[in-house]
Design a binder for this molecule. Structure first.
Ligand code: SAH
Ligand code: SF4
Ligand code: F3S
Length: 481
């Protein structure tokens, strides 16, 4: 009998992508994905540790599992991802409802761990690996709109930003074999997908050396996990060092009908070579997420970010030089250790200078084991953090709205992703800059559908989205410049 698994993902896009790898590993073990915890034999929570609040949300959700278990005695509950890595035994000891704890590099061992769980024992594997990239696993797309998908190109992070827990939960940085990345993107095209986002914590430090091939898998590759070895035609071999710009270009050429995005760029590593590749290919979207964290060079130094304000602004200038139409978004932390009011003012002034389309903004949350937790007191009072965050949010809100207003009157290429939540008469999609565009569901006599690529005249804007009027249905292959 088919067993049923429900996977719930928290945190970043990498977790969403990992859940698809987990679904693939479990599919071979006889599990089909289902859409709710109530229907499942196995519930897996793929968790995030980035801020205390993120962990709190999951801990609450774990408690809710007690009710489900009371109704379904055979239900098993597993915690995956970053909290599994960080909290390990604590989860198993304090949360009796948890049967299984598996870290981000140990998903291949899920079948064995589940066997153990099946006999009534608890199971745990939180070993981090220097090699594991799940390179050849074909993900099972979950919760998909059939239009956009994620492809992970690297794992872990070596940057050690002082505030960040990721290097502890995800381990050392490693890059995935480019050939498997190109193949996965080509498969997406065959499956009808129209857009891919290449994922890594710091995509700019992607690096693949062919001499390292073949790589041993951290957990012993099973024969049936491998993609067919011989495929024709073979993607061009990668015979020299491949950096992120090279990879991006290979994907753009191999999949000319696929829109390509990526995340996340790191200001200290983002090269003009990458910007030149972006500018050269129409199918690479003109959007860069470039987290700044703070506008103060002093704070950036204490954050161990590896750049200062001047360097960051020079990177923004380079983006604008290469691609005047490129949208830029960022992440900002308010109230980091030792942040003065002057530092905060510098962040506000940087927001004014950079001209972001969008930003994700957070209050600093101290994370155990990080450099900041060991070295710098978390000394900005919570209400000051809150006030500064609000000022940042208010300013960026104005800026975002102004950026969107600036698009009114232009004609944008919009990829339709789905039906608008507000009205069934409308569809939503995104322009190359990643802003949401709402359009009517009909154009002339044609019913539009997710996956359609249209030209839309931008007729209006709100705080967070654009309204558009479809002027043409493209559904043609974007021409390579
Ligand atoms: N790899 C990405 C960021 C990943 S985490 C990068 O380097 O930019 C996503 C965002 O969460 C970070 O950019 C940062 O703004 C925020 N963040 C990370 N740790 C945090 C902490 N301890 N408190 C508050 N926000 C944090
Ligand atoms: Fe965290 Fe810095 Fe790595 Fe981003 S680059 S994941 S913020 S350590
Ligand atoms: Fe969270 Fe882990 Fe991603 S801590 S942000 S899920 S890498």
């Amino acid at each position: 009998m088919q067993k049923k698994v429900y996977i719930e993902s928290y945190g970043c896009q990498m977790n969403v992508s990992d859940s698809e790898v987990v679904a693939s590993i479990l599919a071979k073990d006889g599990y089909t994905p289902v859409k709710s915890a109530e229907e499942a034999d196995l519930v897996l929570l793929n968790t995030c540790s980035i801020r205390e609040k993120a962990e709190y949300t999951v801990l609450q959700r774990i408690n809710e599992m007690n009710n489900l278990k009371a109704r379904n005695r055979s239900l098993k509950v597993g915690v995956l991802g970053c909290m599994a890595e960080r909290m390990r035994e604590e989860l198993l000891e304090k949360k009796r409802v948890v049967d299984l704890v598996v870290g981000p590099d140990a998903y291949r061992t899920l079948p064995e761990l589940l066997e153990k769980v099946g006999t009534g024992q608890k199971a745990v594997n939180v070993l981090l690996s220097r090699e594991e990239t799940y390179a050849e696993i074909e993900p099972v797309r979950l919760d998909t709109n059939g239009v956009t998908a994620f492809v992970t190109i690297m794992r872990g992070c070596d940057n050690m930003c002082a505030f960040c827990v990721v290097p502890f939960t995800r381990g050392r940085e490693r890059s995935r074999d480019p050939q498997t990345i190109v193949r996965e993107c080509e498969q997406l095209v065959r499956d009808g997908y129209k857009e891919v986002t290449l994922l890594g914590q710091n995509v700019d430090s992607y690096k693949w050396r062919p001499a390292e091939e073949p790589r041993a898998s951290g957990y012993g590759l099973r024969a049936d996990d491998a993609l067919p070895a011989a495929r024709s035609p073979q993607p061009e071999a990668f015979d020299s060092l491949v950096d992120f710009a090279d990879l991006l270009e290979r994907v753009a050429i191999a999949c000319p009908t696929l829109r390509i995005r990526y995340s996340t760029s790191h200001p200290k590593d983002m090269t003009d070579k990458v910007l030149a590749v972006m500018a050269r290919y129409d199918n690479i979207c003109k959007y860069i997420h470039l987290p700044v964290q703070s506008g103060s060079s002093e704070v950036l130094k204490r954050m161990n970010r590896g750049y200062d304000r001047a360097w960051y602004l020079q990177r923004i200038a380079s983006i604008r030089r290469h691609m005047p139409d490129c949208a830029i978004s960022t992440d900002i932390i308010a109230g980091y250790c030792g942040e003065t009011d002057e530092d905060h003012q510098q962040t506000l002034s940087l927001i004014n200078e950079a001209g972001y389309d969008m930003a994700f903004m957070f209050k600093y949350s101290e994370r155990p084991k990080t450099l900041a937790a060991r070295k710098y007191p978390d000394d900005v009072p919570d209400e000051v953090k809150g006030r500064r965050l609000q000022e940042i949010i208010d300013l960026q809100k104005e800026k975002s709205a102004a950026r969107l207003r600036g698009y009114v009157g232009e004609v944008h290429e919009v990829l339709i992703e789905g039906v608008s939540k507000r009205s069934a008469e409308h569809l939503y999609g995104r322009n190359t800059q990643n802003s949401i565009v709402i359009v009517s569901h009909r154009h002339g006599g044609t019913e539009l559908k997710p996956g359609d690529l249209v030209q839309a005249r931008i007729t209006g804007s709100t705080a967070g989205s654009l309204q558009g009027e479809v002027v043409d249905i493209l559904n043609l292959q974007p021409v390579l410049a």
